[in-house]
Design a protein around this ligand. Structure first.
Ligand SMILES: [Zn+2]
Length: 249
């Protein structure tokens, strides 16, 4: 079911409904993994594209991180995952990076794209957000290149879990939270209890508690156990004001 593509520019795939784009392997698991699992359960084709293999990380190697990300992909029931292997910690928004990503977007044809929120402590995260948005725009230009069909995603969502901003909406991931944790812990090189620098890194119980508290906070905003927050730049359309989900009082 899961289609692993190590050279994303090769091969053609069926269109995706949702594509999450992130800077590092394991970003997606932390920011929108629950939503991707929930959408896959609803029958949508979901995918993840990581821009770098995390080669500047203290622990693990790029090949190992990619292998772990494929295990995580299976746990999140993704239909597709790719890695562009751009340089970690020094990601730059260049025309060649934007064109590479635009070509992927044209090939994968997602209706919805999830990007990191546009402000972050880590430069790779906000650059990924900017590169992702600009590549979605480029992908829709008819005259970009003759060898692929133009495609512009209908919607861009920004995963805002690590940004201190009010979400536009929160997805209930109560039923998906445990699987999201198991996808994250597929990155044994990062979250394993043993190995290089293990005294410098938090233990799995600590990570579970931390991510659980954050997901619980966002869940609480919509009256459920665990939630994942997103920001959209457009207004949300409502057709029936009597059917709005979260209680005011
Ligand atoms: Zn990251």
């Amino acid at each position: 079911m899961f289609e692993e593509v190590r050279s994303p520019s090769l091969g053609v795939t069926r269109p995706l409904d949702i594509l999450a784009i992130a800077a590092h392997p394991d970003d997606i698991e932390q920011t929108c993994g629950g939503t991707l699992i929930r959408m896959a359960e609803m029958g949508y084709r979901t995918g993840a594209l990581d821009l770098t293999a995390g080669d500047m990380g203290t622990r693990g190697t790029p090949d190992l991180r990619i292998e772990e990300s494929n295990t995580a992909a299976c746990r999140m029931q993704l239909a597709w995952r790719g890695n562009l292997r751009l340089p970690d910690a020094r990601l730059e928004n260049t025309i060649s990076v934007r064109m590479t990503l635009a070509a992927e977007i044209r090939r994968l044809r997602p209706r919805v794209v999830i990007l990191p929120y546009w402000e972050s402590r880590h430069p790779d995260h906000y650059r990924c957000s900017e590169i992702g948005y600009e590549a979605c725009f480029l992908a829709g230009l008819k005259k970009l290149d003759d060898s692929s069909e133009p495609h512009r995603p209908q919607k861009v969502l920004y995963a805002s879990v690590y940004a201190n901003v009010s979400p536009s909406f929160v997805v209930d991931i109560s039923a998906q939270f445990e699987r999201r944790m198991s996808a994250l812990f597929a990155y044994d090189s990062q979250y394993g209890e043993a190995g290089e620098g293990s005294d410098l890194f938090p233990k799995q119980t600590e990570i579970r508690e931390r991510l659980g508290a954050v997901a619980r906070f966002y869940g609480n905003l919509i009256g459920v156990r665990y939630g994942e927050p997103f920001v959209v730049k457009e207004a949300m359309r409502v057709d029936d004001v009597t059917a709005m989900g979260v209680r005011s009082l």
